[in-house]
Write a protein that binds this ligand. Structure first.
Ligand SMILES: C[S@@+](CC[C@H](N)C(=O)[O-])C[C@H]1O[C@@H](n2cnc3c(N)ncnc32)[C@H](O)[C@@H]1O
Length: 277
């Protein structure tokens, strides 16, 4: 992937996820499989179990998921969802992701599990998808679209590569529909953006381009639980993690901001599910 073709925000996301610090953090704390918000049954359960529950829940909502489905995961991280889907449904999954470091780990894990015949890992930017029109039955994404400064463009690209009748399901940290100006500045600073999407923003834009709403589930309380849980885990494992002190300091401050913004109901999270009509 030629990073000269990317926007500044995309380059920042790539540098972040390719960094040794981020790789160490997401591997040690999050478990190196699913690096998204979890669905918690209790406050002290392992992050990896709760995060896997999000994948299971999303799968249960899809009507087109079976062995013949062709799926695209945009912003696929280490590919945990792809391995779950390939293993459980024998479906073919393409993981598109910016971070070459994560992609290398993804390929290795797929080989180790004997799933590389079902999962393809592609280095790329979801603002410009390197796929033909109408090539996927399902487009999937977890907690990745927030990183784009051009979310309409990402939706246009996803719409383009979806087959007619295909499904688009994703999760994303979002701002509240009526979020007061400026209150999310400390949260947004970390990802170098001016705004998140919101339930209204995604719903309206989806409808504008011909994506019919199937289901929108507000699960915002999980965002608070999740980032609080990550904070505790970080404290518990602080002696084992080999991240730089600067990274850890920024992470602790960042987590506090995310939890606080969630508690103030400025930050939201949920599952959004659409169909291409
Ligand atoms: C919080 S992680 C989530 C990873 C994965 N979806 C999961 O749930 O395990 C966000 C991911 O988005 C990817 N990402 C961010 N911006 C991207 C872009 N413009 N194109 C492709 N991937 C991107 C990052 O590389 C990272 O893997």
């Amino acid at each position: 992937m030629n990073s000269n073709d990317c926007s500044e925000v995309v380059k920042i996301a790539k540098d972040y996820y390719d960094s040794t610090d981020a790789d160490e953090f997401y591997h040690s704390i999050w478990g190196g499989e699913d690096i998204h918000i979890g669905l918690y049954n209790s406050d002290d359960e392992p992050i990896s179990d709760a995060s896997r529950r999000t994948v299971e829940k999303m799968c249960s909502l899809l009507t087109k998921l079976n062995k013949d489905s062709v799926i695209l995961d945009v912003g696929a991280g280490y590919g945990g969802a792809a391995r779950f889907i390939a293993e459980k449904y024998s479906a073919q999954v393409t993981c598109l992701n910016l971070s070459e470091k994560e992609n290398e780990r993804n390929r290795e894990k797929n080989r180790d599990k004997g799933l590389d015949h079902l999962i393809k890992v592609v280095d790329g930017n979801f603002e410009s998808l390197p796929f033909d029109d109408a090539s996927f039955d399902i487009v999937w994404s977890e907690d990745a679209i927030l990183h784009s400064g051009n979310k309409e463009g990402v939706f246009n690209e996803i719409y383009r590569v979806m087959k007619k009748g295909g499904e688009f399901i994703f999760t994303d940290p979002m701002q509240a529909d009526n979020c007061p100006a400026g209150v999310l500045k400390p949260v947004l600073e970390r990802i170098h953006l001016d705004a998140f999407g919101s339930f209204c923003f995604y719903r309206d834009y989806a409808s504008k381009i011909g994506l019919e709403e199937v289901n929108i589930i507000d699960l915002s309380e999980m965002l608070i639980r999740h980032y609080s849980r990550v904070k505790v885990e970080l404290e518990n494992k602080c002696n084992e993690i080999v991240c730089s002190i600067e990274y850890m300091d920024r992470m602790v401050k960042g987590l506090n901001h995310w939890v606080e913004a969630g508690k103030n109901e400025f930050l939201k999270w949920g599952i959004l599910h659409f169909r291409k009509v």
